[in-house]
Design a protein around this ligand. Structure first.
Ligand SMILES: Cc1cc2nc3c(=O)[nH]c(=O)nc-3n(C[C@H](O)[C@H](O)[C@H](O)COP(=O)(O)O)c2cc1C
Length: 199
């Protein structure tokens, strides 16, 4: 399978997740290409791939505007192929129902804005990168982390991603997307922390 992974990132963690996912796919014998989303993505030939994965991270409840524009511009092509979305956030690192409700709302807004409903979604826990935040961001994230009983020691960074879940998600996606693989709409992979909402 030839899989294209297109990502948006603000602090770089989603890039690392996508590069990890591509390595996992290659180790399983697939061809995987990773591209950071450009302003409109018009130079990307989506038709050259058998499966398309988009990935982005949440910042103040929104995915990267470049990713949103890309999905909007390519909604029809995305729809035409097996496709999946990896949503990276801090909310997915915990079990707080309000946080998970927020994730659903952010995804719904993304779908509404882009006109694209991904067939599979992985809600992946992201990272806390205190070393990359300016003073105000560090304070804000520390406050958010403290309220959730998470990592507040700002002298180091934290990678909260479950890489086994990422690997399982993309390998399952590639297997299901293969001809005769039984590709069918599925809102959450078994290894995401949320149950499928049945769509
Ligand atoms: C300023 C800021 C705002 C954020 N807002 C949210 C948010 O609304 N919801 C959430 O779950 N995570 C939020 N996060 C956490 C990021 O999604 C997480 O750190 C992710 O790993 C960032 O990925 P990136 O490095 O690819 O940009 C925020 C992080 C920062 C620094």
């Amino acid at each position: 399978m030839r899989i294209l992974i297109v990502f948006g990132t603000t602090e770089g963690h989603t890039r690392e997740i996508c590069q990890f996912a591509a390595r996992a796919l290659r180790e399983a014998g697939h061809t995987a290409t990773v591209e950071e989303v450009s302003t409109d993505g018009s130079d990307m030939r989506l038709s050259a791939y058998d499966g398309l994965v988009l990935a982005g991270s949440l910042h103040v409840a929104r995915y990267q505007p470049t990713l949103t524009r890309f999905a909007q511009a390519h909604a029809a092509e995305l729809d035409d192929k097996p496709n999946a979305f990896i949503s990276v956030s801090l909310s997915a690192a915990g079990e707080n129902p309000d946080d998970w409700e927020g994730l659903e709302q952010s995804l719904a807004r993304f779908e509404h804005e882009t006109g694209w409903t991904p067939r599979r979604v992985l809600q992946a826990a992201g990272a806390i990168r205190y070393s990359q935040y300016d003073f105000f961001k560090r304070l804000a994230i520390k406050h958010i982390a403290a309220r959730r009983g998470r990592e507040t020691e700002t002298s180091r960074d934290y990678d909260l991603t479950d890489y086994d879940a990422v690997r399982a998600f993309v390998l399952d996606f590639a297997a299901m997307a293969a001809p005769g693989g039984g590709e069918r709409p599925q809102r959450s992979a078994t290894l995401t922390r949320k149950e499928s909402d049945g769509r």
